[in-house]
Design a protein around this ligand. Structure first.
Ligand SMILES: Cc1cc2nc3c(=O)[nH]c(=O)nc-3n(C[C@H](O)[C@H](O)[C@H](O)COP(=O)(O)O)c2cc1C
Length: 184
């Protein structure tokens, strides 16, 4: 019997976090079992994680281990929304929270990892940002920054409704071992 494959959806503290249940829904429609991991800042942003759990219909976690119902191991990871802050930490293997530990380990283990950033073009223009994205791509992550993924907006001119959740889910491999998605 084929086991349903598990996707960790990593949410950082940027405006599309308010619609992370959309990402959960689309990933489930694609055949994934979804678990949400929040950064500490995203946990604060969410306010009531139990309300998010109910709305998203999947486990939501932000601290390390210790729970009565441990999460299944991930088969793939999707970081969305990915902040400049967590992009930089991930590229440098800084694991000071559970979400970043999962992302860093996932890349290290060679799991499929897709990242959909969200930040303005002023942040994107910082020279480290493009280098972090390129470094992670070289390491095997699929970083959807630019045309076909997330295109940075002008400061204070963002459009959360246009955040391309579907493109991120489409960039994941097929969850049931069928025809794989686009190459990483
Ligand atoms: C109202 C508000 C909006 C923000 N929007 C963004 C954003 O779109 N992209 C981004 O990278 N950071 C944004 N930030 C900054 C992040 O929330 C901040 O860097 C935070 O520490 C990120 O933590 P995390 O990466 O651990 O989730 C915003 C902060 C605030 C207060």
């Amino acid at each position: 019997m084929t086991r349903t494959r598990t996707l960790y959806l990593i949410g950082c503290a940027a405006p599309p976090l308010d619609r992370i249940d959309t990402g959960v829904r689309l990933a489930r429609e694609a055949g994934w079992e979804v678990c949400v991991l929040l950064t500490p800042a995203a946990r604060e942003w969410v306010g009531d994680p139990w309300e998010l759990e109910a709305r998203a219909g999947c486990p939501v976690r932000w601290e390390y281990g210790g729970e009565e119902d441990p999460l299944p191991a991930p088969d793939a990871l999707l970081a969305a929304p990915l902040t400049v802050n967590s992009l930089a930490k991930w590229a440098c293997a800084m694991c000071d929270n559970r979400a970043l530990l999962a992302l860093t380990e996932g890349l290290g283990r060679g799991l499929p990892v897709v990242a959909l950033p969200y930040f303005n073009d002023a942040l994107a223009a910082h020279p480290a940002v493009g280098r972090h994205a390129a470094f992670l791509r070289d390491a095997g992550a699929r970083v959807l920054l630019g045309e076909g993924g997330f295109v940075p907006h002008r400061p204070r001119q963002d459009d959360v409704a246009a955040y391309p959740w579907q493109a991120a889910v489409d960039a994941l491999p097929a969850p049931h071992g069928g025809r794989p998605g686009a190459p990483h």
